[in-house]
Design a binder for this molecule. Structure first.
Ligand SMILES: Nc1ncnc2c1ncn2[C@@H]1O[C@H](COP(=O)(O)OP(=O)(O)OP(=O)(O)O)[C@@H](O)[C@H]1O
Length: 389
């Protein structure tokens, strides 16, 4: 990941016949409402800048009216931006491209999944999924082959011949997703795809998308008004405010740990942070660690010099073994004989299940990764604050 597949810079979308009138007012910082009253123009998007990288799930999040759909429609060029640049793959500028050229670009680059599915209800699953390929001019056999693969990817194997109208909402959205995947677009655009589904089905679909993404590594632009969904799915999240501006663009954890302003904070308040934040990002590196093979007398000297009562002990490769206290070391010859095994924290999620055990511990919690490599420590208070908030 890293290479830009979509670059958007200084993008503005102003609805109305005299957009140029609005720029000075936008510069002055007037609101959408004020600008509308003065000029009758509606500022949909103001000065949007971002890059989407190949293979990431890029979430665009905002409340109703923040400009999410407008931005999406600018990206696939169903509407024309008033000003600014949209560049695909570093070299295809589509901001001003004519309709004829756009047809091919859209076909190659964009697959859409909509909230309202957009399926043909009286046709079968297979017919719906293969429609896009048929339009592309693919032969029957190959079409069926590709469609069956896409159908199986979303867990609908065996339902190929069922009519859409016979399926539940969740299953219909699986068809929608499978239809978009079948044409193998460079970018999958998902416009609030799960918003109309029941909460449980919605969670199921989020899991399915993550599972598929693990295999396929598509570039996905996902629109939602739900921060819970955003942090669950997004590699990065871009939050738009009610004025059509970007407020924050960061990784989910950064949004939760460092919300940029009160507006973002108001969303973050309702999120269970422990399900998103990785222990790793909270862990602080201690000034020193002890090697298990070290001479205990030496270790005591170091602790004395630094005025510490204890230290984390690692093996040669940096794996966490436990802690040693000064008292314990004074009675031993090697550090390895004085290791006190304090259970490390692997995943913040476990805090929810194991809080009492952690609280009773006297030492800042050691944090390790999946392979037990030592990452640092985290203080109880921070852990508890996190669980409480
Ligand atoms: N064709 C249009 N003409 C005039 N104003 C428009 C047009 N389309 C959108 N707008 C305005 O632009 C702003 C952004 O709208 P947009 O639909 O993009 O928001 P959204 O975040 O997608 O909202 P929702 O979640 O409700 O769909 C709104 O103030 C809307 O009224």
């Amino acid at each position: 990941m890293g290479e830009s597949i979509l670059h958007v810079s200084e993008l503005y979308k102003i609805f109305g016949k005299k957009p140029e009138k609005t720029y000075p007012l936008i510069k002055e910082g007037l609101s959408r409402q004020e600008i509308k009253e003065k000029t009758k123009q509606v500022v949909g998007l103001r000065n949007i800048n971002f890059d989407v990288k190949k293979g990431e799930i890029f979430v665009i999040m905002g409340l109703s009216g923040s400009g999410k759909s407008t931005l999406l429609r600018c990206i696939n060029r169903l509407i024309k931006p008033t000003s600014g640049k949209i560049i695909l793959n570093n070299n295809i500028e589509i901001s001003n491209m004519d309709e004829k050229k756009l047809l091919d670009i859209r076909r190659e680059y964009f697959g859409m999944v909509f909230q309202k599915f957009g399926l043909l209800p009286t046709r079968t699953v297979l017919e719906n999924v293969s429609l896009g390929l048929e339009i592309q001019g693919m032969g029957l056999e190959e079409r069926i082959n590709m469609s069956e693969k896409a159908i199986s990817l979303v867990g609908l194997k065996g339902w190929e011949k069922s009519k859409i109208s016979e399926l539940s909402g969740g299953m219909q959205q699986r068809v929608g997703l499978s239809r978009a995947l079948a044409i193998d677009p460079k970018i999958l655009l998902m416009d609030e795809p799960f918003s109309a589904l029941d909460p449980l089905i919605r969670l199921e679909m989020q899991e399915l998308l993550l599972k598929i993404q693990k295999k396929m590594k598509k570039t996905i632009i996902f629109i939602t008004h739900d921060l819970n969904e955003a942090v669950k799915l997004g590699d990065r999240i871009m939050i738009l405010n009610e004025q059509g501006s970007i407020v924050q663009l960061s990784r989910p954890e950064d949004i939760l740990l460092n919300p940029k302003n009160e507006f973002v904070e108001s969303f973050v308040k309702d999120i269970d942070k422990t399900t998103v934040i990785r222990a790793e990002s909270l862990a602080k590196k201690p000034e020193f660690t002890l090697n298990s093979q070290m001479d205990a007398k030496n270790a005591v000297k170091i602790l004395n010099d630094l005025e510490y009562d204890f230290a984390y002990v690692l093996d040669e490769s940096g794996k966490y073994l436990g802690i040693s206290t000064k008292d314990g070391l004074e009675k031993s010859d090697l550090v390895c004989n004085a290791i006190h095994k304090i259970k490390p924290l692997k995943d913040i999620k476990t805090i929810n299940q194991g809080l009492p055990q952690f609280i009773s511990s006297e030492y800042p919690l050691p944090v390790v990764d999946e392979e037990n490599m030592f990452l640092g420590y985290i203080k109880f208070k921070e852990v508890i604050d996190l669980v409480k908030n």
